[in-house]
Design a protein around this ligand. Structure first.
Ligand SMILES: Cc1cc2nc3c(=O)[nH]c(=O)nc-3n(C[C@H](O)[C@H](O)[C@H](O)COP(=O)(O)OP(=O)(O)OC[C@H]3O[C@@H](n4cnc5c(N)ncnc54)[C@H](O)[C@@H]3O)c2cc1C
Length: 387
């Protein structure tokens, strides 16, 4: 399951996150819309010095396989700031993966290299405002348009929930051309990309927060189109499963940490004449946590092994995303409960981890959408067997 090289990297990452990153969790530069960019740079400088920046991409540009990536990313997740410090956070990690697979050499040099060396942040622009009937769970509802104009594309539309758009210098924008969905690489900031507002959301860990963005006659040179016109959804498939799975990896790390804190609380706090872990209600919650954490781990490595065999893993990553996000949410919720009032206070990171994992049940496909697509597959397979 784990390669020796991945374990070595993971050990270094864990030490860095526990010794260096965790003390920053109470830094005043961590705001409602994520850590300030000045803090991101400071953390990344420390990660670079410790040799753990972008640890899943090796010096020769080789990407760890998915099982190895799991071993490393679970450790970066031990603090909500860990992935940001180590440059394994969404959306950059998924964007680097996508560009590594589908960008041409010139696009890689201009748009991927600054991400890999941790000097830039990026954003992925797909979702559109629900109130305007745009793309959400159903990306085929996309209203943003791309119209060819000589050597350029002209893009118009409004996007929502765009993580990190504020402060990012690289964007991947999805829009519909006459051929279908397309992906464009863009430089940020750009006067034609107007950040209308940063949304106030339940989660607070991601730099730049989540933006509503107007694309107002954005002109993009044809060399910045990824793949061909109409390839957008095909390219999105490349990013889909690994990006879903890496969220599972990072949040497994976070839930593991919340469980460590709740365990310590339960083993030290007394009520009604004994330690609360010795009350069956609490002991059973910790036992359930252990089971959910281990099941999540197994699910992640199983799905990673499917991807490592060259499969797109669309079905498996749907299953893993549902199982892991729901299980980790149960874990985080129990941790809050075990810790009583302290659990809902900001005295520990448990409260934040609970909020973050709540949002994870929605992005990269809400649970119900994954189950709906699995049900469609079950029916398809059944009907095929009947033929
Ligand atoms: C924290 C966060 C960060 C995000 N970051 C980004 C980003 O960087 N870039 C980006 O493009 N997007 C991003 N998103 C958007 C995210 O991808 C969407 O929220 C998600 O796809 C759901 O779309 P929606 O919010 O429009 O929900 P809707 O499409 O309105 O769906 C609402 C609910 O309807 C139900 N539902 C929908 N379809 C079905 C179905 N077929 N069967 C059963 N139930 C169904 C589900 O319960 C779903 O939760 C982010 C979202 C969050 C919360």
């Amino acid at each position: 399951m784990d390669s020796l090289r991945a374990q070595r990297i993971a050990d270094k990452v864990e030490k860095f996150v526990r010794d260096v990153v965790i003390p920053y969790e109470k830094d005043s530069r961590c705001g409602d819309h994520g850590p300030a960019d000045e803090l991101v740079t400071e953390l990344r400088d420390k990660a670079r010095a410790a040799g753990v920046l972008t640890p899943h991409i090796l010096k020769d540009g080789d990407h760890l396989n998915q099982q190895e990536t799991a071993t490393v990313l679970i450790k970066t997740g031990l603090s909500p700031l860990g992935p940001i410090a180590c440059n394994t956070a969404a959306p950059d990690e998924g964007n680097m993966y996508l560009l590594g697979k589908v960008a041409n050499d010139e696009q890689k040099k201009r748009f991927m290299d600054p991400l890999v060396n941790g000097s830039a942040r990026s954003a992925f622009f797909m979702t559109e405002p629900a109130a305007e009937g745009g793309a959400g769970s159903d990306p085929t509802m996309m209203k943003t348009t791309a119209i060819a104009d000589g050597d350029y594309w002209v893009i118009n539309g409004r996007k929502a929930f765009i993580t990190g758009a504020q402060g990012a210098t690289i964007g991947i924008v999805m829009a519909n051309s006459a051929d279908g969905a397309c992906m464009f690489l863009v430089d940020l900031p750009d006067p034609a990309i107007k950040i209308e507002r940063i949304m106030d959301t339940i989660d607070t860990s991601m730099p730049g927060g989540h933006a509503v963005v107007l694309l107002d006659n954005l002109r993009v040179h044809k060399s910045q189109l990824l793949g061909h016109s109409g390839d957008g959804f095909k390219l999105a498939q490349v990013r889909l499963s690994p990006a879903r799975l890496s969220h599972c990896m990072r949040w497994l790390g976070a839930a593991t940490r919340a469980n460590e804190i709740a365990t310590a609380y339960a083993c030290k706090r007394e009520a009604f004449g004994k330690l609360i872990i010795d009350h069956e209600g609490v002991g059973f919650m910790l036992a359930d946590n252990l089971i959910d954490l281990e099941q999540s781990r197994q699910m992640i490595y199983w799905c990673a092994s499917v991807l490592d065999q060259g499969s797109l893993g669309t079905v498996e990553s749907s299953m893993a995303k549902v199982a892991v996000s729901e299980a980790l949410y149960r874990v985080a919720d129990r941790c809050v409960q075990i810790m009583g009032g302290t659990g809902v206070s900001r005295d520990t990171v448990v409260e934040m981890i609970f909020r973050e994992i709540r949002a994870f049940r929605i992005y990269d496909g809400p649970t119900e959408v994954h189950k709906w697509s699995l049900a469609k597959k079950i029916k398809r397979d059944f009907l095929k067997r009947q033929q």
